[in-house]
Design a binder for this molecule. Structure first.
Ligand SMILES: [Zn+2]
Length: 117
């Protein structure tokens, strides 16, 4: 069983980073439509929108980070942040939980969703 989970904050961060790249690629594609100003403007706007979107996501990460609970990972003794009911250690990917009921159970991101119902 080599299932890989990454820490939620890291996952969102890499999503924001890829959004910036996608934005630049869309804007770059727009350059090829220089003879069609409407299309070029459309691509530029879409690219700009993706970049603005990633800024918003980065801002959101900042908000999430303040909500996350800082704990010392029992496995690697480093400080990490736990978001929601279960999360992963950022350093060693050790599953961590704040809920004693779930202790020892297999890591499942769905536990976070069930509580939200
Ligand atoms: Zn750890």
């Amino acid at each position: 069983m080599a299932k890989k989970y990454s820490s939620k904050i890291n996952k969102i961060r890499s999503f924001a980073l890829s959004l910036i790249f996608i934005g630049f690629i869309i804007m770059y594609v727009g350059i090829f439509f220089q003879k069609q100003p409407i299309l070029m403007t459309l691509f530029m706007l879409l690219g700009l929108l993706a970049i603005i979107g990633s800024t918003v996501v980065y801002f959101w990460i900042g908000m999430l980070s303040t909500k996350a609970v800082q704990v010392i990972c029992p496995n690697c003794d480093k400080a990490t942040k736990v978001l929601g009911r279960v999360d992963m250690c950022m350093h060693c990917r050790e599953p961590l939980t704040l809920d004693p009921e779930l202790e020892g159970k297999e890591f499942d991101e769905n536990y976070n969703r069930k509580r939200n119902k």
